[in-house]
Design a binder for this molecule. Structure first.
Ligand code: BJ8
Length: 423
């Protein structure tokens, strides 16, 4: 990897602390990813993206900003990337998935809080994430209570704009969300200095739909048995979708899809046919949170689908491309985004239906319900999901775990016992 220290220094990165962070990733990646026996050739691109995680893309963002371009950091799949792209901005998903940042977050937040929030804020306050330091605006949203209040803390460190997301899905909520998207569009125009035209928004909608479609294609390939790609690799691809250049991401993921589809035609897989198939559902897994997938896939099962925001909730439902006016396009965006079934909504029965549908489509043997500690909405919703799965005769295991390593043995024991029972 080229030397990016000068670039990091310009961004204001705390180089000493950053060295510690960088030292931890290669070992973790090698253990989790490079230890897999069989992997598609096309995963080499994604290996490179991880190797260059604070390099190449950061350089691209810096070059873009040097030419007057603006970068927006986001934390939730409800924030419409299309608006940012249409104003010639770049949107980057910033959710933190590393334990390294949790103690940093705890310096300004209570300990009894979701690790995703603590890590995201910790990445910002410790000045060890060059993505945060490359952003001209951070875009929060009113989803869970923890995030909602964390924006007030984050504001001390960077400019923050908050989108007011409704918590129900009635017609008046869709109308409110449409207004909120309009207000966001105005803000993005103000920051970028660029007008969002209907033509530009149409192009942005098409591009974002293509990114969704390539992820749909990737997931479609995972329905095969034997499965031609591990859950870990598929998770990595979708994590990278949040910050890679969209065009390049689409091209590289298309290559990957072609390769694994060919494997599936030949009956070639990364695990033997008949390996127990798991659907993971629950809270998002931000990069480099690969803990649960790694445990499952080194305990005799394979993850074939994720009903999470780093899975199907990110890419299901395309934005209709028919509207030709800004007003119509914003309406299409509002309707599409409010189809996402996050536990922050009440009621959220659509998520239970999604889980049952995915369990059947991906022919899963069991469901692992993943819960980050202190994520109350997903934790409360477990009861409803468990009941529906039991009625459908699908075994389910709830795992609550953070980013730390202390409970690795305990989680592994529970997962192993569950998989043994599935066999
Ligand atoms: S649409 S899941 S990305 S809010 S931060 S809710 S884990 S306590 S991330 Fe989310 Fe948008 Fe919903 Fe998806 Fe729980 Fe933690 Fe809150 Fe979290």
């Amino acid at each position: 990897m080229p030397d990016y220290r000068e670039l990091w220094k310009t961004l204001g990165v705390d180089l000493e602390k950053h060295d510690l962070l960088c030292a931890a990733l290669p070992g973790l990646y090698e253990n989790t990813y490079l230890s897999q026996n069989v992997r598609p050739e096309a995963m080499n691109y994604f290996n490179l993206v991880v190797a260059e995680i604070h390099g190449l893309r950061i350089q691209e963002l810096a070059d873009y900003r040097a030419g007057g371009g603006k970068v927006f950091g986001t934390f939730c799949v409800f924030v419409p990337d299309e608006i940012i792209l249409a104003a010639k901005g770049i949107g980057i998903g910033l959710c933190g998935g590393s334990q390294f940042w949790v103690p940093e977050g705890e310096k300004v937040l209570p300990r009894a809080l979701c690790p995703l929030i603590k890590a995201s804020v910790g990445a910002a306050v410790s000045r060890t994430c060059p993505y945060f330091l490359s952003c001209d605006l951070l875009v929060g949203e009113t989803t869970c209570d923890g995030k909602k209040k964390a924006w007030e803390i984050l504001e001390e460190f960077a400019p923050v704009y908050v989108m007011n997301l409704p918590q129900m899905k009635r017609d008046k909520d869709v109308a409110d969300w449409k207004e909120e998207i309009k207000a966001f569009l105005n803000k993005v125009e103000e920051i970028t200095g660029n007008k969002v035209t209907a033509e530009a928004l149409a192009r942005a909608i098409q591009l974002t739909n293509r990114r969704r479609q390539v992820l749909m294609r990737l997931y479609e390939a995972r329905k095969a048995d034997p499965v031609p790609i591990s859950g870990k690799d598929a998770l990595l691809v979708s994590q990278i979708a949040f910050y890679d250049d969209p065009q390049r991401f689409i091209a590289k993921t298309t290559e990957l899809c072609a390769e694994i589809e060919e494997w599936a035609r030949q009956g070639k897989g990364v695990f033997p046919a008949g390996t127990p198939r798991i659907l993971v559902t629950g809270t998002p897994m931000a990069i480099p949170n690969w803990k649960l997938h790694h445990i499952i896939e080194t305990s005799g099962a394979v993850v074939v689908c994720e009903e999470t925001c780093t899975g199907t909730r990110y890419f299901e439902h395309l934005v209709p491309e028919g509207a030709s006016t800004l007003e119509g396009q914003i309406e299409s965006l509002a309707e599409r985004y409010l189809k996402i079934n996050c536990a922050c909504f009440t009621p959220n029965t659509g998520r239970v239906k999604d889980i049952l549908r995915l369990a059947s489509e991906f022919r899963v043997d069991g469901v692992v319900y993943y819960n980050l500690p202190f994520c109350h909405t997903y934790n409360v919703e477990y009861r409803m999901v468990e009941k529906a799965l039991k009625e459908a005769g699908i075994p389910v295991l709830q795992i609550e775990t953070d980013y730390g390593e202390e409970d690795l043995g305990q989680v592994r024991n529970r997962v192993e016992a569950f998989i043994e029972m599935l066999k």
